[in-house]
Each structure stands twice: as C-alpha cells, then as structure tokens.
Design a protein. Structure first.
Lengths: 662, 662
C-alpha cells in the first residue's frame, strides 16, 4: 500500500493491530545517495566502517521506507502479508517553517531510482513528515516560550525572564509608499467591525513589513474587540485573519492556539511514529544488507547516531531488539554453498529452486499484490516483501535438517538464533558481520599490506610489484593507495623482507598502517589485531565511552522475550531440541549436523585454493578459520561456517579495473 | 516550451537562429536550496557576499533554467517572445557512469517548489545532462587513455607508458558455483558461431565477475572471429554482446567505439551548449536579483568559480558581457520612487499601472503563452518571461523622459547603460549593487556596530542597550551576535564612549570588527572603509590575485560591441543624445532630467527621516550619499540616485522577530 501524507493518518490507525499480530516485519529503505567523501573499504574494522557510514552516508536522505508485515496463519499454513510503501520527507511545518534540513543527493543514486520509475513528486509533494523525539521536544519548548513571551508582552508588570527588560517599543513610521496600503486595510477593517454578520475577515496576502504595519495600525484603531492572526495559505503565502473577540475570547483563543501549535508538532512527528510502533512490538525485524537502512532509520526517526560503535549497538538494541540480516544468513552455512550470489535479486531467484521450498504468501485484502514476474525491484515495499519471503524460505529450509523435518520454522525459533543481531559488513573480506549483541571478531590481517604509489599506477603494476608472491587481491583506497592481500598467506612474513624500497611507493604491514592511523587520530582509536594468544580470531576490546551519549529514555522499552516468542507453540518444541536458549551459535546446536551431513568446508578443497582476483571479490581465502579462543568468550565455534558474502558483481569504478572490451 | 532530454536535441538546433535575432534574453533559475551554514548579512562586503554564496550556496543545484528570448519587431511595434523552460540534471553517462555529482537540497526550498507544482520527476528522469568544458576534456582524455591501454594490451610489444609494465595476467579460476553458468555461456556461444544467420548475440545480464569469466573463457575457446562488448540495458543492467568479426573488423570497430564514446561525451555536454550559445551572441542578458542565478549557471555549465571576486568579475565578463538586473533597475531612480516593492511579483503588478506602459508581447507560434492571470510563478520559464517584460516596460519608461519622448527603448541604448553589469546585492543595506565592470563602492559604516551577547537576548534587549541613541536597526548574524545600525548617524562617535562595558556582551565598531576578522583570516583580506579623503564612498582596492585562476580559453569570446548593438537604428540616435558611449552613469546623460524634473531625493525629506525598524529593512537611511571622488575613478556621480533595494517583506526566521500574534 502506497502511503503518503494524504492517507498516513488512516493507515497509522490500522498499524498497531497489524504489527502486534506479526510473526516478523521485513523492512527496506531507498536513499538519495550512498557515499560522500569517505568510501568503505574491504579492510575496514567494524569501528571504521561504522564511522565511515555515519560521516559519509548519513547526510543522504531515506525517502522511501518499505515495510512488509508477515503473519503466519497456522490454520491455512500460509503467511498473510501486509505490504506498505511509505514516502517520507522532512517537510518544514507550516507555522514555524521548521525543521529546515539540508540533505545530500548523489546523481547516480537518483538516476538509479529514476530508472526504476521512482516517483520523486510523491516524496517531495506528498511525503510524510517526521521528527525525532529530540526535535519534537525542542519545537514544543520553542512554541511554549513564544506564547509565554506574548502573554508577558500584554501584561507589562511581569519582568522579562533571564534577560534585560524590553525597551518600550515605538511604533514603526509608515513610509509614504505604504500609506495607500495601510489606508485600504483600515477601511476594510472598519467596515468589517460595523458589519454584524461577519465574524472573520481574511485580509489579502502581503509582505512581512506590511503585516507589521497592519498589526500596529489596527491595534491602535481598535483597542479591543479584535484579534489578529497571521495565517499561511495553500502556497505558503501569508495573510492576516481578523476575528471579533472579547478579552476573554482572546485568552481562550490564545490557549487554543497554543494547543493547536503543540498538536501540529505531534502531527509533524508523522512517520517517526511508525518506527516507534515497530519498536514497541519487539518483533523480529528482517532486512537485507541492513546496515545503511538501520542507521538511516535511527538517525532520521529516532535520535542522532552516537560517535561510538558500542553506543550505536546499545541504541540499536533499544529500537530493534531482534534484527536478522538475510544477507548474513545467505552467506552462512548451510546456505552459503547453495546460494552462489547473495544480492537480493539473485537470492530470490535461487530460493525459487530446489532444495528450497517457498512458503505460500497471501496478500491481505485491499493491499497490492506483488508477484515476482512483475518486477518492482528497488521499490522499498516490494524489496521488503522479497526480503521477508527469502527469510521465510531460508528459515523453513533449516527445518529440513531436523529429525523429523519441520515444514515451517519461526523467526524466534532457536534454529534462527545464530543469525540474530548480526549485520552484514558489506564487502568486508574477512568479517562476516557486525555483531550487535557483543564484541566483534578481529580477523588476522598479517597477509594484508598497505601500499601508496603514483596515481598513474594500475592494478597490474601492483601485481607486478608483488609478483614473487603469486596472485594478490588489490583493494583500492584511492587513486594512489590500496590494500594488497596475498593469496598465499604463508608467505606474508617474507613480503617486507623481499620487496625493495623505492621512492615511488611506500609499503606497510596492515599492523603498521593501523598503528600510524591510530597515532594520527588519537581521539578515535581503532582496534588493532594484537599478536594474540587467543588465536587467529581475537576479540576486540570495548573502548571506553568517551562521548556523553545516552539513549533517549523514550527509546528504552522493555522488550519481553516471552511475549515476543509467544506467537508459536512450535518455538518451545524447537527450543527444546536446540538446547540452551538465547546462546547464539551454540556449537552443540543440532542445526547443521542432523539429517544431512553438512560439514565445514574443507580448506584444502579446490573451492578454497582458487586464487583471488582483482577487485571482484568472490571467495574469501580465509574460509574455515580456526580459533583457540575459549568458547564462552566468542561466537567462535561456528565462525568457521560464516564467511564473507561480498559476492555480487562489484561494478568497479576504478579506471581499467573492469574493462568493457578485451 | 518545456525542454527535457527527450526534445533537447531538436530544440538545440532551433536556438542559434532564435538567439541571434534576439533584442535581449531574459533568464531565471530554480534551485534545490539557497543557503547552507553561512548566511548572507546586510553588512557583507562584496567580497564577503561572493565568498558566502560561493561556499554556502553552490552545493545546491540549479534544476530548472528559464530562458525567454525577446525579439523586437519594428514593423509590428511588438516583441516576439520565445519562452523556454529547461529541466537540467547531471545524469551520469551510461558507459562510464560519470560524472557522479553530490548536491545539496534544502527542505524548505524543495517544499516551496513542490507547492508551486514543480515536477521533480521531469528533472530526475528526463533532465538534460551537462558538462563543463573542463569535465568534458577530462572525460575524453580518460576514454582515450582507456582505449590506448586496451590496444597496448593486445599488442604486448609496446611498453606500458609511464609506469611499470604489467605482469602477465593469469586467468581467473572458475569457482564451482559458477561452472554451470560458464558452461551455459559456452554452449550458447558455440551455437551462435555455428549459426551463419546471426551476426550478433546478446548474452543474459550478469554480474561483473561473471562477465570477467565470460570474457576469459570465450576468448580462450574462440581465439579470433569474435568480439565481446559489455553493454548496458535500459535499466542499467549490464550484459555482453558477442559479434562475429575478423581482426580487421575488430580494429575498425574499436575505432568506431572510441569515436562513439567521444561522441557520447559531446552529447553529455548537453545543456552547457545552451549557455555557450547565449554567450556567443553577446546579447544583453536580463535577470531579476541575478547573483545566485549567474553564479550557479557559471559553476554548473561553464567552469568552477574562482576564489577571488575580481576573477569572478572577469569570468562573468567573458560569459555574459552585458548583464542587466531588473531589481537594480527597479531600486534606482527614476523607478525607485514609483516602485514601492522590488520583488518580481510586486514589480510586475506595479508596472501594469500608470505611469508605466506595458509593450505588446506576442508568443511565437508553437510556444506556450504565458498570461499573468494564469499564475505560473516560480516556473523558471514564466519568471524569465515576466523579468523580460518588466525590463522592456521599465526601459520604455525611460524613453518618456526624452524630448521628444520615445515609445521604445532598446537594451543597448545608452539610457540603459547605467544599469549594465550591476548585480543586486540582496539585502545589503547600503550597497546598491555589485559592480561587474569595475571596483565596488565602499559605503561608510561608522554608524554600524558589532555586538555579541547571550543567546537569550532578543531584539528589544539590544534596542534597550542602545536606547540613548534612538532607534536602531538590528541585523542578526547568529543567535548571539548582530550588527546594530544607528538611525541617527551623527551620534555614531558617542556610542563607544557612552555604552558601558559589561561581561555579558562585547561591542565593537564596524571598523574594529573588520580588522579583527582580517587578522583572523589573513589569506582573505576584506576591504576596510578607510578614513578616506575620497568622501563617503571610497573605492575598494582590487586585491592582488592569489589563486592561479584562469578563465578557460573556450569561454573567452570576442564580443563585438557593434555587432551586438547593430539591432536597432535608434541606438545610434539615442547614443548621440546621451553623449559619450559606454561610459556608464555619465552624470551629463539627459535621462533623468529632461521632460520631468526628477531631482535626487532630498535627504531631509520625511521619506529619509523615517526611522528604520527591526529586521524588516525598508528605507535605507543612507539615501543621497555624496562623494568627492574624481569622476573618472568611479561611477560615483549617479550613485546618489541608486539605493538599496531590499524592500520585500523579510520573512524573519529569528525567534520573536515577527510575532504571529499580538
């Protein structure tokens, strides 16, 4: 269902019931752009990636929010779906003309949306406004202060609060060219006062200065009995409404107006209420490659993003206590070896075929039916529907591993728990996800080197420099620097000894590079992979909180797990099968071993020996990483089955990386 | 006429003839926003204003360019008008996906455009692309380099130019999950090769990595006879085209492709060609309050704006050698006292009435007819038409001062010369214009003070502080600083002696404030009004050029004055009446003295004694400034008749400045 400011209020009324009965909620966002200045890299640390997105992507705007609510109907063995496609725009309020946001657009993203028939007029003309709770409070404060000031103005006995008392205001002199205007207004008002029939007179729209003159003159001529109000017409043109009113009436009307202005602010909170509703249900929220979506949703509709990654995790936990990223799922065993490409379109195609079985989805009456033949890709509502359907299909597939197999697996079932609160770190080579419920993995990067070189260098020049070490993966940072990753990890220790130093280029180990970076920006220390006794995967230390970030109280909701889980009887059963509750990625969980033998990928298999290639990341050479970390310190035991999923065709923007002709 | 990418090429063909025969060309732009971070102030210096707009406004986008070409038909005593409304958007090119601009939007500006029915879809889906000549050259260079690289790749004997020679590329190993895909492609290509009828085969769209595998595999299986090309479909999806071709064919096709890619760049120059055409005619270009329009046009379609104001003036002179700002005209005698408000809408209304006479305008066949009853304000094409018609009306009004009076005055007539190349400095209180053809005036600001104060202060607190000196004009800089301008100039010297110092606020003379500012930013010295022997209006010294800005050669055109002026016979006549040619604002010109006595406004008239009021600028207290400057040093002699024109209702954004209720 298309939702704009025109039907938003009606739709909003229906949402609590629909959301409360949901099995899960799939979401998707469309933005006016992706990256500005800072570009994500394949060797970002989680902190670095978060920081890059926060500083380089949040100035773009989420303009379309897709939400598809999936409700499992046990009696019909099918999902009832309610798809929504919200158009959102930070429209300034009529009276205060606030907030007046500046936001960025990226030509290629706009062009991309336009090519898929995106309706920009719906956004800019009819988009639903929104305010974060902080903005809402500030605006209300502002309005109250303004009203208090006016009341004080009329009763001069009260002292000016907190600052010098106002000087007596002299009336503005009427300039000659305005005399005709003012006389016309006086005549009109005088006639209106004599006329007993009319209670209200709307003067013609005029300039701010003319309104000032009107207020001043009319007030002087008619000491009481009239009330003047500036109003805004349809096109924003401002005019004065003159109303007959006693002093008592005036007070009442002032009171009413205050209330009306406060109500306007509540109305202007608009779309943020939808996010509040989703959050309050505590239902599992599903999205595909969700990091940007989640960050935009929080920033625009909840509260400004904190500087610190750990604070961000806390914030996400408050707003969306149960997130599942279908890209992380698709890139993890047992899906990984059955799903060659994890882009949403490709994923959907793959999940239509054996061994997967698509559940039945029925669209609720009165809602638009999406069918996959009618391609509506990149319309947020459609993408949310596809994401949810992919999730349900993958979830059910996990049930086939049980003995006896289960046809349907709910998102709160412990089979799904390993995927809870893990966000895809797009294109990061060796970190499968950002862990929202705990510290992140630190992959070893001893075989990664940082190289700076002349801007004329191309990939093959770098390959040439490293030719002694076989093939390398080149990850460009900018025109004259790149990360270079060896395929033959065991030769890593030879690189610094073998490659000669030359004035044209500088070569650093990843560790040296990180250390230099940390020294350069001491305020934002990056976690460095230490020569660790914990084995290959060390756990990053949570850095001490520096900024005074606090999650706004309004966002802190008690999310009762049992309430959330109550939806299906089968949850309890499956949880029993799965062993310990709420311990994600328990190595003893039977998910991946029962019924079919899905053993971890053999690191000596051809799949893993295949050399990496330049700029089109495919297989991660780090499959099947081992760790000696104590099990309770990390989700290490199943990380061997979770690998980088940056498999989509990476449309390289680097000159010559991906030639159009050969 | 609405012009989008769909009809642009056809319209472009018709433009040279239409523009060549023009009497003048009126233009107008619509932008995605106005100001970011830095806000213009009423006491900006010209350098400061230029700098603020360059840094604070140029990140927004001009998305609609209105152009109305006015041709005077002597035989019919009327103007034939060709109105155009161009939608422009920096669409990335299909092949290179360049340029990929980031641009800003301001919610209130977008909302404003939306409220006037602006069609954003036309901009983003169908906008005409554009490139500056610098971008065009860079893209062509890039394409040539790419092609040279591929040719070198195929003939390995040639050394890599300028950098290390490429290492021998090993083929990428085909991962197991891609084997099926590659086999499918091989089968398809093999069949295509056998089939004599088909010359071209389009493979299915696939990812970048799959294309890499396809190139590699097909090349290995079919050493010659086939040519593979990556192409982009309608929705940007990429696929490979396989064509049968001999080596000779291939070379030819490569050559053709290079040419096609270069041609694509020429095509992508798109809208910039319109600006080139306007520029090449050298015709007078008319706009209303034009500074932002001109800056955006130059920045988007010609070349990046220089840092220095004097370099900007040079650039404008190259692209638009003859500019006329109708807002400057309307705010100058003999119009000033007959035109109370100089906003375009108000101006148009005033010019419909006595003593003005609107000329006859006839729209060219096939072009949309704008009539003022059908309000299309803020559509750029309509605004351009209104601007042009206002100009023609005002120009003709000047003819009524001649003896005998003249019904029509052409824009190149010497009566108009005083208005040439003077741009309105919007809301600057005491500087009537930016002088594009020479140094700027420096108004005395001895009666202006800079005040910082606690953020809680309101206008009346400042007025209270200055209460000894009568009414003051408060010009807010931000929440806690403002310029304060005395109405009673003669008391200026008492201010610093009289107002006590207090820890809450700081008070500086304008001169002290400027000096502090200059010391803070030594790289960008602001011109300070010196205690001058030149009288009240000193001439700013042109600062030495610091940045290595050069106007691109392509923009330097010989604008032959005689060619431009050749249009009307009357020009010569009137020029003869006016005395010296091309000496703007010659005090001896008969324009303002003949037929009716239009003497300079008396500074003691009530019009000038009227006190200024807070934040709604109306009359400039500095009417009738005198100068002792030698006449050949400045356009000083008629400046007494040119005054600030910031008269529109200034919709104050400052809290409490303009209360909605009283």
């Amino acid at each position: 269902m298309e939702v704009t400011k025109k039907n938003f209020k009606e739709v909003l009324k229906t949402l609590p019931k629909i959301l409360q009965s949901a099995s899960f909620i799939a979401i998707d966002g469309e933005f006016t752009g992706l990256h500005h200045n800072v570009k994500p890299s394949s060797y970002d640390t989680p902190e670095e990636r978060y920081d890059k997105l926060r500083q380089g992507s949040m100035d773009f705007l989420l303009v379309q929010f897709g939400m598809c609510v999936f409700k499992y109907e046990r009696e019909n063995s099918r999902y009832l779906v309610h798809p929504f496609n919200f158009y959102v725009f930070p429209r300034p309020m009529t009276n205060s003309r606030k907030p007046d946001h500046r936001f960025l657009c990226q030509s290629s993203s706009i062009d991309f949306l336009a090519s898929f028939g995106f309706d920009f007029n719906k956004v800019f003309r009819d988009g639903i406004p929104y305010l974060t709770s902080i903005e809402k409070d500030a605006l209300k404060e502002h309005i109250k202060e303004k009203h208090a000031f006016f009341q004080q103005e009329s009763s001069a006995s009260q002292p000016s609060p907190g600052f010098l008392s106002p000087a007596a205001k002299k009336p503005v002199e009427i300039p000659p060219e305005q005399k005709e205007f003012v006389e016309g207004v006086c005549k009109q008002v005088d006639e209106f006062v004599k006329n007993d029939k009319e209670q209200t007179l709307n003067l013609d729209p005029c300039t701010g200065f003319q309104r000032k003159l009107t207020f001043q003159t009319v007030k002087a001529r008619h000491e009481s009995g009239l009330m003047l109000t500036t109003k805004a017409g349809e096109k924003g043109e401002r005019y004065i409404e003159v109303t007959k009113a006693t002093e008592e009436d005036k007070k009442l009307m002032m009171q009413k107006r205050l209330q009306a202005e406060l109500d306007e602010v509540d109305d202007a909170a608009g779309f943020s209420q939808v996010i509040d509703l989703i959050s309050s249900t505590g239902k599992p929220v599903i999205a595909h490659n969700m990091m940007l979506d989640v960050m935009h949703v929080l920033q625009q509709f909840s509260c400004p993003l904190p500087e610190d990654l750990s604070e961000f995790k806390e914030l996400v936990g408050c707003v969306f206590p149960k997130l599942i990223d279908t890209k992380v799922m698709a890139g993890t065993q047992p899906f990984k070896e059955r799903i060659p490409m994890t882009g949403l379109t490709e994923l959907e195609k793959t999940l239509k075929c054996d061994p997967f079985t698509k559940p039945t989805f029925v669209t609720a009456p009165g809602y638009p039916t999406y069918c996959s033949s009618n391609d509506q890709s990149h319309e947020a509502g459609y993408d949310a529907f596809i994401t949810g359907s992919c999730f349900a299909t993958m979830a059910n597939y996990l049930g086939t591993f049980l003995d006896p197999p289960r046809g349907r697996v709910s998102p709160t079932c412990n089979l799904i728990e390993p995927f809870h609160n893990k966000m895809c770190l797009f294109r990061v080579q060796d970190l499968p996800y950002l862990n929202l419920s705990g510290p992140d993995l630190i992959p070893p990067r001893d075989h990664v080197f940082h190289l700076t070189f002349p801007a004329e260098w191309r990939s093959h020049d770098i390959q040439h420099l490293f030719s002694t070490f076989g093939q390398v993966f080149v990850n460009w940072i900018d025109q004259s620097s790149a990360f270079v990753c060896l395929t033959n990890r065991e030769e890593a220790s030879e690189v610094m000894k073998t490659i000669e130093r030359a004035p044209e280029y500088t070569l650093k180990t990843y560790k040296e590079y990180r250390r230099a970076l940390n020294n350069a920006t001491p305020e934002q220390p990056m976690d460095v992979a230490q020569p660790s006794t914990l084995g290959d995967h060390a756990i990053s230390k949570t850095t001490a909180t520096k900024s005074p970030f606090r999650v706004p109280r309004s966002l802190k909701r008690p999310h009762d797990a049992s309430e959330v889980r109550g939806e299906d009887a089968e949850v309890a059963e499956l949880t029993a099968v799965g062993g310990k509750k709420r311990k994600p990625m328990d190595p003893n969980a039977p998910v991946f071993v029962s019924r079919r033998s899905v053993s971890p990928v053999d690191s000596t298999s051809p799949d893993n020996q295949q050399p990496p290639h330049t700029d089109v990341p495919d297989k991660d050479p780090q499959d099947n990483l081992q760790t000696d970390a104590p099990k309770d310190e990390a989700d290490s035991s199943t990380t061997s089955e979770i690998k980088g999923s940056a498999k989509e065709g990476d449309e390289s923007k680097k000159l010559f990386e991906e030639p159009d002709t050969w």
